[in-house]
Ligand binder design. Structure first.
Ligand SMILES: [Zn+2]
Length: 148
């Protein structure tokens, strides 16, 4: 059988004759990436799955009080990254606010005191080379340096 390309690592591999439309090789990181992609897809497309995930996550957080506070202390760079991504999600949600109410689950940490206060360096337009595509307005934010 002809070798096929793994979409996760780009290596060629021998596909299993028992699995049609195989996209990932056997490597553990590729299998893990494939599983994560499948879960992300399910979160986007399956409301029941999404609801169950949220309920389970809530239960886990309630069973492990202080975990996320400790995590943010342990990994301030991850906390900062999350703050930046949350600011982007907030802006996106604000600009999409129409008749749909903002999903409170969009906010990863609702009691965060520090949010959305990044120094804005300016607004720019990303103009695509392909004429048919719309120009994209972007905000460039200064990411605070946590470690020298
Ligand atoms: Zn692979």
């Amino acid at each position: 059988m002809e070798k096929i390309l793994c979409v996760y690592c780009g290596d060629l591999f021998d596909p299993s004759p028992r699995h049609k439309n195989q996209t990932a090789c056997k490597k553990e990181e590729c299998q893990r990436a494939k599983k994560a992609a499948g879960q992300r897809h399910k979160m986007r497309t399956d409301p029941d799955y999404r609801f169950n995930q949220k309920v389970c996550q809530r239960q886990w957080v309630e069973a492990h009080p202080g975990y996320w506070q400790e995590y943010r202390k342990r990994k301030p760079e991850k906390a900062e990254r999350n703050r930046i991504l949350q600011a982007i999600r907030n802006r996106r949600a604000r600009s999409n606010q129409g008749d749909e109410k903002m999903d409170p689950f969009l906010i990863a940490k609702m009691d965060a005191s520090k949010h959305d206060n990044f120094e804005v360096l300016g607004q720019f337009w990303m103009v695509p080379v392909i004429a048919k595509m719309d120009a994209l307005k972007v905000n460039l934010l200064k990411i605070p340096v946590l470690y020298p």
